[in-house]
Design a protein around this ligand. Structure first.
Ligand code: 5GP
Length: 129
């Protein structure tokens, strides 16, 4: 079972933002910017292009809804949408608020937030949905 399935099941703590029956949005625990959110299908599929067309488009629509909420409450030029997937074998979209392309460096030092700060960010975005 992937670490993200454990998050879906509540076996691992996460800062959940929003979910429907097939998808979940939660904060990345090692964010590269404030408001860095992961959007996943609850069904565990490793590679995004193995999803069927319906699953794929539903995931993107869920990501769009989440992105609009992030943009409302996090100060940024754009919310970028990124799929990398080299570490965790469970499809996930990174929604990352950015001001410039240099903000999109997955190798830079990650930001740290306290539990309270993570909770606040998750609540802010949740309330904007
Ligand atoms: P990728 O597979 O796209 O390279 O990266 C996986 C992402 O999942 C990383 O940004 C990493 O910070 C995030 N991540 C890994 N483990 C956890 C976890 O236990 N909880 C949360 N919320 N995010 C995680």
């Amino acid at each position: 079972m992937s670490i993200f399935s454990k998050i879906v099941n509540g076996e691992i703590l996460s800062y959940k933002i929003y979910e429907d029956s097939n998808h979940l949005a939660f904060l990345d625990i090692f964010p590269i910017s404030k408001g860095h959110v992961l959007v996943i299908p609850k069904k565990e599929i490793d590679y995004v292009f193995d999803m069927n067309d319906r699953e794929y488009t539903q995931l993107l629509l869920f990501a769009k809804k989440t992105s609009l909420a992030i943009k409302k409450v996090i100060n940024c030029n754009r919310v970028s949408l990124n799929i990398v997937g080299l570490d965790v074998p469970h499809v996930h979209i990174h929604l990352i608020p950015i001001n410039s392309i240099s903000d999109l460096n997955f190798e830079k030092q990650k930001l740290t937030f306290s539990k309270e700060e993570f909770k606040e960010i998750a609540a802010l975005i949740r309330e904007a949905i």
